[in-house]
Design a protein around this ligand. Sequence first.
Ligand SMILES: *Cc1c(COP(=O)(O)O)cnc(C)c1O
Length: 492
Amino acid sequence: MPDDAAAAVVSGALAPEWLALPDDPNDLAPGVWPASAHRDADGALVIAGIPAPELVRTFGTPVLVLDEDEARDRARRTLRAFGDAAARHGGRARVYYAGKAFLSTEVARWMIDAGLNVDVCSAGELAVALAAGVPASRIGFHGNNKRVFELERAVEVGVGTIIVDSDIEIERLAAITERLDRRQTVLVRVNSGVHAETHHFLATAHEDQKFGFTLEAAERAVERIHELELVDFAGLHCHIGSQIFGTAGFRESASRVLELHARLLEQERFTATGADGSVEPVLNLGGGFGIAYTRADTPTPIAELADGIVDAVADECAVRGIPLPVLAFEPGRSIIGTPGVTLYEVGTTKSVQVDTGSAVAERRYVSVDGGMSDNARPALYGAQYSARLASREGVEGPVLSRVVGLHCESGDVVVDHEYLPGDVTPGDLLAVPATGAYCAPLASNYNHVPRPPVVAVTGGTARIIVRGERIEDLLARDAGIDTGSAVAEGEE
Ligand SMILES: *Cc1c(COP(=O)(O)O)cnc(C)c1O
């Protein structure tokens, strides 16, 4: 490095390798934002026909904005992709929206309208799906520790599928179905030993986790289910991870699970029937399809993913001489992630200089009025996000920035690394894309910060689908206010 450069303050020296210096720090990377996102003549970010400043005037900040058409479209495209891929092999596919990624009655209805089913994993999520009018037969119920009252409720309302996760749960279901005198269809969750994450998958390393049965234990579990009068076995389930790119992990896992599936066919273990009354074996391969959080992420398009996975399953079935089961998939993130954009207001900025030895590197800290309470993923998983000015276009060149929240925690990062225009200033609105999945569901009231509203936008109109909390909502839970003080006074 030449001497004069060594003395200079270098903005990008702290940037990770994957973060490219943008030509224009106002551009909206394709695939990261909802398809409707663009800038208007004033340079403001527009989502589904509404400029960000207008949304903020109505709903305040922070606010999670969901592009309704983007969500509905992704749901439809996902179902079509898997349906078409299965049809090419003479088979059928079902798609369950994984409610844990984001669930409200509105979103559940979008999914049902698109022809999807809905997965839940608690009595609370089940209540939301039922309140949305989701037919119970179109609900899948997950969890490694479904409580007895939750199982009872699920059987009582006629949940379509319970995905059983342990021997103890099978015995509980045996008792509940007898007591209520109701039949229940189940899948058995297996841990195929494949654990996939982004570009890599591990073929053996993940037996050591809480979900599902090993392949050997699953065979015995199915044998036990076979003895039960009122529990019908529909097939195996496995979910290998999340934010997965490519098909290799799914193919490996499907291959392992199909070996057991074929054995169970031979043993005539499948008893759950389809609409026409004939036995209808199912294979559920879970969700986990990745999305782009930053321009460095290049997820496989859903149609390509569907073809790759379904072709692999069909090949495995052909080799074993067994018919293609009804295939089921459970995407959450890939449907609701990209439609979500969080809008914040910038409160403060400051620059820090770090001596890297060869240069003095600079990083701009941009503080917004939310943080780990509305997006825990960076703190929880080291998740990377991107950001853009939303109220206007910046005029200065790109400066390496870190967007942080307002919480009393140095790990309270919203966007770890991003190039933002050098003139970002208090009062600017900042937009963080791809926040539709696993942000609102993981939100907390850390530091007694109320959780933000969720707003659906479509065709130039916006409406609240989950209202934001107020400080009064938080105070309402504090038993020391009102009644508490009255008791204290009475004791004097
Ligand atoms: C979390 C989860 C999903 C959804 O995962 P995404 O990454 O959001 O697609 C699907 N199935 C099961 C069993 C899960 O636990």
